[in-house]
Design a protein around this ligand. Structure first.
Ligand code: RFL
Ligand code: PHB
Length: 389
Protein backbone atom coordinates (compact mmCIF):
# COMPACT_ATOMS: atom_id res chain seq x y z
CA UNK A 1 0.00 0.00 0.00
CA UNK A 2 1.11 3.56 -0.70
CA UNK A 3 -0.14 6.97 0.46
CA UNK A 4 1.07 10.54 1.00
CA UNK A 5 0.42 10.69 4.75
CA UNK A 6 0.08 7.65 7.02
CA UNK A 7 -2.02 8.57 10.04
CA UNK A 8 -1.66 6.42 13.14
CA UNK A 9 -4.82 6.61 15.28
CA UNK A 10 -8.41 7.33 14.25
CA UNK A 11 -9.51 9.48 17.17
CA UNK A 12 -10.51 13.11 16.62
CA UNK A 13 -6.94 14.23 15.78
CA UNK A 14 -6.30 11.53 13.15
CA UNK A 15 -9.73 11.82 11.52
CA UNK A 16 -9.59 15.62 11.36
CA UNK A 17 -6.12 15.55 9.77
CA UNK A 18 -7.26 13.01 7.20
CA UNK A 19 -10.31 15.13 6.41
CA UNK A 20 -8.35 18.40 5.97
CA UNK A 21 -5.63 16.74 3.86
CA UNK A 22 -8.05 14.85 1.60
CA UNK A 23 -9.94 18.07 0.94
CA UNK A 24 -6.63 19.52 -0.28
CA UNK A 25 -6.01 16.54 -2.58
CA UNK A 26 -3.42 14.83 -0.34
CA UNK A 27 -3.95 11.09 0.09
CA UNK A 28 -4.11 9.48 3.55
CA UNK A 29 -4.52 6.10 5.21
CA UNK A 30 -5.72 6.00 8.82
CA UNK A 31 -4.71 3.01 10.98
CA UNK A 32 -6.86 2.56 14.09
CA UNK A 33 -6.37 -0.09 16.74
CA UNK A 34 -9.99 -0.24 17.95
CA UNK A 35 -13.35 -0.80 16.25
CA UNK A 36 -15.40 2.20 15.15
CA UNK A 37 -18.13 1.60 17.81
CA UNK A 38 -15.41 1.52 20.47
CA UNK A 39 -13.95 4.86 19.31
CA UNK A 40 -17.46 6.34 19.31
CA UNK A 41 -18.33 5.03 22.77
CA UNK A 42 -15.60 6.96 24.60
CA UNK A 43 -17.29 9.80 26.49
CA UNK A 44 -14.74 12.55 26.82
CA UNK A 45 -14.57 16.20 25.91
CA UNK A 46 -17.55 18.52 25.83
CA UNK A 47 -16.40 22.11 25.37
CA UNK A 48 -15.08 23.49 22.07
CA UNK A 49 -13.09 26.72 21.81
CA UNK A 50 -14.16 29.29 19.22
CA UNK A 51 -11.09 28.42 17.07
CA UNK A 52 -11.91 24.71 17.19
CA UNK A 53 -15.37 25.45 15.79
CA UNK A 54 -13.75 27.44 12.95
CA UNK A 55 -11.36 24.59 12.07
CA UNK A 56 -14.21 22.05 12.10
CA UNK A 57 -16.25 24.33 9.84
CA UNK A 58 -13.28 24.65 7.45
CA UNK A 59 -13.02 20.85 7.42
CA UNK A 60 -16.64 20.64 6.19
CA UNK A 61 -17.99 19.20 9.45
CA UNK A 62 -19.64 22.31 10.87
CA UNK A 63 -23.29 21.84 9.88
CA UNK A 64 -24.59 19.69 12.74
CA UNK A 65 -22.23 21.42 15.16
CA UNK A 66 -23.78 24.78 14.29
CA UNK A 67 -27.30 23.33 14.53
CA UNK A 68 -26.95 21.30 17.73
CA UNK A 69 -23.95 22.81 19.54
CA UNK A 70 -24.88 25.03 22.50
CA UNK A 71 -23.03 28.36 22.54
CA UNK A 72 -22.03 29.53 26.03
CA UNK A 73 -21.20 33.16 26.81
CA UNK A 74 -20.27 32.43 30.44
CA UNK A 75 -18.86 29.93 32.84
CA UNK A 76 -19.22 29.97 36.64
CA UNK A 77 -16.80 29.29 39.46
CA UNK A 78 -17.93 28.52 42.99
CA UNK A 79 -15.97 28.32 46.21
CA UNK A 80 -17.77 26.80 49.16
CA UNK A 81 -21.11 28.61 49.08
CA UNK A 82 -20.28 31.60 46.86
CA UNK A 83 -20.77 31.62 43.11
CA UNK A 84 -19.59 34.09 40.48
CA UNK A 85 -19.79 34.39 36.73
CA UNK A 86 -17.05 34.86 34.17
CA UNK A 87 -18.53 36.52 31.10
CA UNK A 88 -16.40 35.33 28.19
CA UNK A 89 -17.83 37.86 25.75
CA UNK A 90 -16.92 40.74 28.09
CA UNK A 91 -13.52 39.14 28.71
CA UNK A 92 -12.44 38.36 25.16
CA UNK A 93 -15.37 38.71 22.75
CA UNK A 94 -15.57 34.94 22.11
CA UNK A 95 -17.90 32.12 23.14
CA UNK A 96 -17.31 28.42 23.70
CA UNK A 97 -19.62 25.73 22.28
CA UNK A 98 -20.85 22.66 24.11
CA UNK A 99 -20.76 19.73 21.65
CA UNK A 100 -19.52 16.29 22.66
CA UNK A 101 -16.32 14.71 21.37
CA UNK A 102 -18.46 11.70 20.39
CA UNK A 103 -20.46 13.96 18.07
CA UNK A 104 -17.32 15.57 16.59
CA UNK A 105 -15.92 12.08 15.91
CA UNK A 106 -19.22 10.87 14.39
CA UNK A 107 -19.34 13.92 12.09
CA UNK A 108 -15.74 13.28 11.01
CA UNK A 109 -16.46 9.59 10.28
CA UNK A 110 -19.53 10.57 8.21
CA UNK A 111 -17.54 13.15 6.23
CA UNK A 112 -14.64 10.73 5.73
CA UNK A 113 -17.01 7.98 4.54
CA UNK A 114 -18.55 10.42 2.07
CA UNK A 115 -15.07 11.18 0.67
CA UNK A 116 -14.18 7.48 0.39
CA UNK A 117 -11.40 7.68 3.01
CA UNK A 118 -9.30 4.63 3.85
CA UNK A 119 -9.68 4.01 7.59
CA UNK A 120 -8.51 0.57 8.70
CA UNK A 121 -9.87 -0.53 12.08
CA UNK A 122 -8.58 -3.24 14.38
CA UNK A 123 -5.01 -2.98 13.12
CA UNK A 124 -2.31 -4.38 15.41
CA UNK A 125 1.49 -4.47 15.72
CA UNK A 126 1.89 -1.01 14.17
CA UNK A 127 5.58 -0.12 13.80
CA UNK A 128 7.15 2.97 12.21
CA UNK A 129 10.31 2.68 10.08
CA UNK A 130 12.97 4.91 8.45
CA UNK A 131 11.59 8.06 10.05
CA UNK A 132 14.67 10.15 9.29
CA UNK A 133 14.93 9.05 5.64
CA UNK A 134 12.95 10.24 2.59
CA UNK A 135 10.83 7.10 2.36
CA UNK A 136 9.38 6.17 5.74
CA UNK A 137 6.98 3.23 6.01
CA UNK A 138 4.63 1.61 8.49
CA UNK A 139 4.17 -2.11 9.09
CA UNK A 140 1.09 -3.57 10.80
CA UNK A 141 -1.31 -6.50 10.84
CA UNK A 142 -4.85 -6.26 9.51
CA UNK A 143 -7.39 -9.01 8.72
CA UNK A 144 -4.83 -11.59 9.84
CA UNK A 145 -2.18 -10.43 7.34
CA UNK A 146 1.10 -8.55 7.71
CA UNK A 147 0.94 -5.29 5.71
CA UNK A 148 3.33 -2.52 4.69
CA UNK A 149 2.26 1.07 4.05
CA UNK A 150 4.72 3.32 2.18
CA UNK A 151 4.31 7.04 2.63
CA UNK A 152 6.03 10.43 2.60
CA UNK A 153 5.02 11.55 6.08
CA UNK A 154 3.64 9.94 9.24
CA UNK A 155 1.28 11.66 11.67
CA UNK A 156 1.32 10.12 15.15
CA UNK A 157 -2.28 10.70 16.34
CA UNK A 158 -2.44 7.55 18.48
CA UNK A 159 -3.07 9.08 21.90
CA UNK A 160 -1.06 8.84 25.09
CA UNK A 161 -0.53 5.05 24.95
CA UNK A 162 0.27 4.82 21.24
CA UNK A 163 3.44 3.68 19.44
CA UNK A 164 4.35 6.96 17.75
CA UNK A 165 5.89 8.87 20.65
CA UNK A 166 8.15 5.96 21.70
CA UNK A 167 9.36 5.79 18.06
CA UNK A 168 11.33 9.00 18.74
CA UNK A 169 14.66 7.82 20.18
CA UNK A 170 14.73 8.04 24.00
CA UNK A 171 17.89 10.18 23.98
CA UNK A 172 16.16 12.77 21.77
CA UNK A 173 12.87 12.91 23.67
CA UNK A 174 12.39 15.17 26.69
CA UNK A 175 9.25 14.43 28.68
CA UNK A 176 7.75 16.80 31.22
CA UNK A 177 5.15 15.42 33.58
CA UNK A 178 3.05 16.26 36.60
CA UNK A 179 0.71 13.68 38.09
CA UNK A 180 -2.06 14.97 40.39
CA UNK A 181 -3.03 13.05 43.54
CA UNK A 182 -6.69 12.57 42.55
CA UNK A 183 -8.97 11.63 39.65
CA UNK A 184 -12.35 12.69 38.27
CA UNK A 185 -15.35 10.42 38.57
CA UNK A 186 -17.68 11.34 35.68
CA UNK A 187 -21.35 10.48 35.25
CA UNK A 188 -23.51 10.96 32.16
CA UNK A 189 -27.26 10.99 32.84
CA UNK A 190 -30.39 11.55 30.79
CA UNK A 191 -31.52 14.52 32.86
CA UNK A 192 -31.84 18.21 31.96
CA UNK A 193 -28.68 20.16 32.93
CA UNK A 194 -28.93 21.91 36.31
CA UNK A 195 -27.98 25.31 34.94
CA UNK A 196 -27.65 26.68 31.40
CA UNK A 197 -23.86 27.06 31.75
CA UNK A 198 -20.93 25.18 33.30
CA UNK A 199 -20.11 25.47 37.01
CA UNK A 200 -16.65 24.58 38.34
CA UNK A 201 -16.88 24.17 42.14
CA UNK A 202 -14.16 24.18 44.79
CA UNK A 203 -15.66 22.71 47.97
CA UNK A 204 -14.02 21.53 51.16
CA UNK A 205 -15.02 17.97 50.18
CA UNK A 206 -13.31 18.41 46.80
CA UNK A 207 -13.87 19.66 43.25
CA UNK A 208 -17.12 19.21 41.31
CA UNK A 209 -18.19 20.19 37.80
CA UNK A 210 -21.66 20.56 36.33
CA UNK A 211 -21.56 20.23 32.56
CA UNK A 212 -23.83 18.97 29.80
CA UNK A 213 -24.06 17.55 26.29
CA UNK A 214 -27.55 18.69 25.24
CA UNK A 215 -30.85 19.87 26.81
CA UNK A 216 -31.63 16.31 27.95
CA UNK A 217 -28.14 15.02 28.74
CA UNK A 218 -26.05 16.13 31.72
CA UNK A 219 -22.42 15.45 32.52
CA UNK A 220 -21.17 15.79 36.09
CA UNK A 221 -17.78 15.15 37.68
CA UNK A 222 -16.43 14.95 41.23
CA UNK A 223 -12.84 14.79 42.46
CA UNK A 224 -12.10 11.36 43.99
CA UNK A 225 -8.98 9.77 45.52
CA UNK A 226 -6.85 7.78 43.07
CA UNK A 227 -7.56 4.65 45.08
CA UNK A 228 -11.33 4.79 44.35
CA UNK A 229 -12.78 2.43 41.75
CA UNK A 230 -15.95 3.00 39.71
CA UNK A 231 -17.55 -0.05 41.39
CA UNK A 232 -17.15 1.75 44.74
CA UNK A 233 -19.60 4.43 43.61
CA UNK A 234 -23.31 3.63 43.37
CA UNK A 235 -25.44 6.21 41.56
CA UNK A 236 -26.98 7.24 44.90
CA UNK A 237 -23.57 7.77 46.50
CA UNK A 238 -22.44 9.84 43.49
CA UNK A 239 -25.48 12.14 43.52
CA UNK A 240 -25.33 12.61 47.29
CA UNK A 241 -21.66 13.61 47.08
CA UNK A 242 -22.18 15.85 44.04
CA UNK A 243 -25.02 17.79 45.68
CA UNK A 244 -22.91 18.50 48.77
CA UNK A 245 -20.23 20.22 46.69
CA UNK A 246 -22.35 22.95 45.06
CA UNK A 247 -23.94 26.01 46.69
CA UNK A 248 -27.44 25.07 48.02
CA UNK A 249 -29.46 26.83 45.27
CA UNK A 250 -27.41 25.10 42.54
CA UNK A 251 -27.70 21.74 44.32
CA UNK A 252 -31.47 22.24 44.52
CA UNK A 253 -31.67 22.59 40.71
CA UNK A 254 -29.76 19.36 39.96
CA UNK A 255 -32.06 16.59 38.70
CA UNK A 256 -30.69 13.15 39.49
CA UNK A 257 -31.33 9.97 37.51
CA UNK A 258 -29.73 6.67 36.52
CA UNK A 259 -26.18 6.98 35.16
CA UNK A 260 -25.73 5.89 31.55
CA UNK A 261 -21.93 6.07 31.77
CA UNK A 262 -19.63 6.23 34.75
CA UNK A 263 -15.83 6.33 34.63
CA UNK A 264 -12.79 7.56 36.54
CA UNK A 265 -10.01 9.50 34.80
CA UNK A 266 -6.68 10.24 36.50
CA UNK A 267 -5.34 13.79 36.14
CA UNK A 268 -1.98 14.42 34.53
CA UNK A 269 -0.03 17.17 32.76
CA UNK A 270 2.45 15.82 30.21
CA UNK A 271 4.45 17.25 27.28
CA UNK A 272 6.86 15.52 24.91
CA UNK A 273 9.50 17.62 23.18
CA UNK A 274 10.17 17.64 20.28
CA UNK A 275 6.83 17.01 18.62
CA UNK A 276 8.52 16.04 15.34
CA UNK A 277 11.31 13.66 14.43
CA UNK A 278 12.37 13.34 10.81
CA UNK A 279 9.16 12.62 8.93
CA UNK A 280 7.11 11.78 12.04
CA UNK A 281 4.82 14.46 13.49
CA UNK A 282 3.08 13.93 16.85
CA UNK A 283 -0.38 15.43 17.34
CA UNK A 284 -2.90 15.60 20.19
CA UNK A 285 -2.71 13.27 23.19
CA UNK A 286 0.23 11.40 21.59
CA UNK A 287 2.34 14.49 22.36
CA UNK A 288 0.66 16.05 25.39
CA UNK A 289 -1.95 15.49 28.08
CA UNK A 290 -3.70 18.13 30.15
CA UNK A 291 -5.88 17.56 33.20
CA UNK A 292 -9.51 18.02 32.05
CA UNK A 293 -10.01 21.17 34.18
CA UNK A 294 -10.55 23.91 31.59
CA UNK A 295 -11.37 21.50 28.73
CA UNK A 296 -8.20 21.93 26.71
CA UNK A 297 -7.32 18.38 25.53
CA UNK A 298 -9.45 18.05 22.40
CA UNK A 299 -8.95 21.72 21.61
CA UNK A 300 -5.17 21.27 21.64
CA UNK A 301 -5.49 18.23 19.38
CA UNK A 302 -7.39 20.46 16.94
CA UNK A 303 -4.82 23.27 17.08
CA UNK A 304 -1.99 20.77 16.42
CA UNK A 305 -3.91 19.49 13.40
CA UNK A 306 -4.48 23.05 12.21
CA UNK A 307 -0.68 23.69 12.24
CA UNK A 308 0.22 20.33 10.70
CA UNK A 309 -2.42 20.36 7.94
CA UNK A 310 -1.44 23.92 6.99
CA UNK A 311 2.23 22.90 6.83
CA UNK A 312 1.62 19.73 4.78
CA UNK A 313 -0.70 21.58 2.39
CA UNK A 314 2.00 24.24 1.83
CA UNK A 315 4.60 21.51 1.27
CA UNK A 316 2.45 19.76 -1.34
CA UNK A 317 1.20 22.98 -2.98
CA UNK A 318 4.54 24.62 -3.77
CA UNK A 319 7.26 22.53 -2.16
CA UNK A 320 7.69 25.07 0.64
CA UNK A 321 8.75 23.13 3.75
CA UNK A 322 9.20 26.13 6.08
CA UNK A 323 5.96 25.58 8.01
CA UNK A 324 6.63 21.85 8.27
CA UNK A 325 10.10 22.51 9.70
CA UNK A 326 8.54 24.70 12.42
CA UNK A 327 5.49 22.53 13.14
CA UNK A 328 6.71 21.45 16.58
CA UNK A 329 7.73 24.97 17.55
CA UNK A 330 4.37 26.48 16.52
CA UNK A 331 2.33 23.74 18.18
CA UNK A 332 4.37 23.69 21.42
CA UNK A 333 4.09 27.45 21.98
CA UNK A 334 0.32 27.06 22.19
CA UNK A 335 0.50 23.74 24.06
CA UNK A 336 2.53 25.28 26.92
CA UNK A 337 0.04 28.15 27.29
CA UNK A 338 -2.87 25.69 27.60
CA UNK A 339 -0.74 23.51 29.89
CA UNK A 340 -0.20 26.44 32.25
CA UNK A 341 -3.91 27.31 32.24
CA UNK A 342 -5.05 23.73 32.98
CA UNK A 343 -2.46 23.36 35.74
CA UNK A 344 -3.46 26.69 37.28
CA UNK A 345 -7.19 25.94 37.16
CA UNK A 346 -6.60 22.44 38.56
CA UNK A 347 -4.52 23.90 41.39
CA UNK A 348 -7.12 26.59 42.06
CA UNK A 349 -10.21 24.38 42.10
CA UNK A 350 -9.18 21.10 43.80
CA UNK A 351 -8.49 20.14 47.41
CA UNK A 352 -5.06 18.49 47.61
CA UNK A 353 -4.41 15.77 50.21
CA UNK A 354 -1.43 17.71 51.64
CA UNK A 355 -3.01 21.17 51.25
CA UNK A 356 -2.00 23.61 54.02
CA UNK A 357 -3.95 26.56 55.39
CA UNK A 358 -1.59 28.78 53.40
CA UNK A 359 -2.39 26.93 50.16
CA UNK A 360 -6.10 27.34 50.79
CA UNK A 361 -5.71 31.08 51.44
CA UNK A 362 -3.90 31.33 48.08
CA UNK A 363 -6.93 29.71 46.39
CA UNK A 364 -9.30 32.08 48.17
CA UNK A 365 -7.20 35.10 47.16
CA UNK A 366 -7.04 34.02 43.52
CA UNK A 367 -10.78 33.27 43.39
CA UNK A 368 -11.51 36.64 44.95
CA UNK A 369 -9.32 38.32 42.32
CA UNK A 370 -11.27 36.56 39.55
CA UNK A 371 -14.58 37.52 41.18
CA UNK A 372 -13.66 41.20 41.50
CA UNK A 373 -11.16 42.08 38.79
CA UNK A 374 -12.24 42.48 35.14
CA UNK A 375 -8.54 42.24 34.18
CA UNK A 376 -8.22 38.83 35.84
CA UNK A 377 -11.42 37.66 34.12
CA UNK A 378 -10.11 38.96 30.79
CA UNK A 379 -6.95 36.86 31.06
CA UNK A 380 -8.97 33.80 32.12
CA UNK A 381 -11.48 34.25 29.26
CA UNK A 382 -8.79 34.62 26.61
CA UNK A 383 -7.41 31.16 27.33
CA UNK A 384 -10.71 29.48 28.27
CA UNK A 385 -12.39 30.54 25.00
CA UNK A 386 -9.17 29.77 23.13
CA UNK A 387 -5.91 31.54 22.33
CA UNK A 388 -5.52 32.50 18.67
CA UNK A 389 -3.59 30.10 16.41
P1 RFL B 1 -7.44 9.89 21.31
O1 RFL B 1 -8.85 10.37 21.37
O2 RFL B 1 -6.88 9.15 22.46
O3 RFL B 1 -7.32 8.99 20.00
C1 RFL B 1 -6.16 8.22 19.73
C2 RFL B 1 -6.58 7.04 18.87
O4 RFL B 1 -5.42 6.25 18.57
C3 RFL B 1 -5.75 4.87 18.70
N1 RFL B 1 -4.51 4.12 18.97
C4 RFL B 1 -3.88 3.40 18.02
N2 RFL B 1 -4.16 3.17 16.74
C5 RFL B 1 -3.30 2.37 16.05
N3 RFL B 1 -2.18 1.80 16.59
C6 RFL B 1 -1.85 2.03 17.89
N4 RFL B 1 -0.77 1.49 18.42
C7 RFL B 1 -2.73 2.85 18.66
N5 RFL B 1 -2.71 3.28 19.95
C8 RFL B 1 -3.81 4.05 20.11
C9 RFL B 1 -6.74 4.85 19.86
O5 RFL B 1 -7.56 3.68 19.84
C10 RFL B 1 -7.54 6.13 19.61
O6 RFL B 1 -8.68 5.89 18.81
O7 RFL B 1 -6.43 11.10 21.02
P2 RFL B 1 -6.61 12.43 20.12
O8 RFL B 1 -7.21 12.08 18.79
O9 RFL B 1 -5.30 13.12 20.21
O10 RFL B 1 -7.73 13.29 20.86
C11 RFL B 1 -7.47 13.83 22.15
C12 RFL B 1 -8.76 13.90 22.97
O11 RFL B 1 -9.41 12.65 22.92
C13 RFL B 1 -8.49 14.29 24.44
O12 RFL B 1 -7.50 15.27 24.52
C14 RFL B 1 -9.76 14.84 25.13
O13 RFL B 1 -10.75 13.84 25.22
C15 RFL B 1 -9.43 15.35 26.52
N6 RFL B 1 -10.61 15.79 27.27
C16 RFL B 1 -11.20 17.01 27.00
N7 RFL B 1 -10.71 17.81 26.03
C17 RFL B 1 -11.33 18.98 25.71
O14 RFL B 1 -10.84 19.70 24.81
N8 RFL B 1 -12.48 19.41 26.36
C18 RFL B 1 -13.03 18.66 27.35
O15 RFL B 1 -14.10 19.04 27.85
C19 RFL B 1 -12.37 17.43 27.73
N9 RFL B 1 -12.89 16.68 28.70
C20 RFL B 1 -11.15 14.99 28.26
C21 RFL B 1 -12.31 15.47 28.98
C22 RFL B 1 -10.61 13.75 28.56
C23 RFL B 1 -11.18 12.98 29.56
N10 RFL B 1 -10.60 11.70 29.79
C24 RFL B 1 -11.31 10.50 29.92
C25 RFL B 1 -9.17 11.54 29.65
C26 RFL B 1 -12.88 14.72 29.97
C27 RFL B 1 -12.31 13.49 30.28
C28 RFL B 1 -12.97 12.72 31.40
C1 PHB C 1 -17.24 17.88 29.96
O1 PHB C 1 -18.37 18.33 29.71
O2 PHB C 1 -16.95 16.68 29.81
C2 PHB C 1 -16.20 18.80 30.47
C3 PHB C 1 -16.46 20.15 30.52
C4 PHB C 1 -15.50 21.02 31.00
C5 PHB C 1 -14.28 20.52 31.43
C6 PHB C 1 -14.02 19.16 31.37
C7 PHB C 1 -14.99 18.28 30.88
O3 PHB C 1 -13.36 21.37 31.92
Amino acid sequence: MKTDVAIIGGGPAGLLLSQLLMRAGISTVVLERQTRPHVLSRIRAGVLEAGTVEVLKAAGVGDRLLREGIPHDNCYLSSDDTLFRINLIEGCGKQVTVYGQTEVTQDLYDAQDAMGATILHEVSDVALHDLTGDAPFVTFRHDGEAKRLECRYIAGCDGFHGVSRPSIPADVRKEFEKVYPFGWLGVLSRTPPATPELIYANHERGFALASMRNPMLSRYYIQVPLTDRVEDWSDDAFWAELLRRFPPDVAASIQTGPSIEKSIAPLRSFVCEPMQWGRLFLCGDAAHIVPPTGAKGLNLAVSDIFYLSRALIAQYADGNGDLLARYGQDALARVWQAMRFSWQLTTLMHRFPDQTGFDRRMQVAELSQLATSPDARRLFSQVYAGLPY
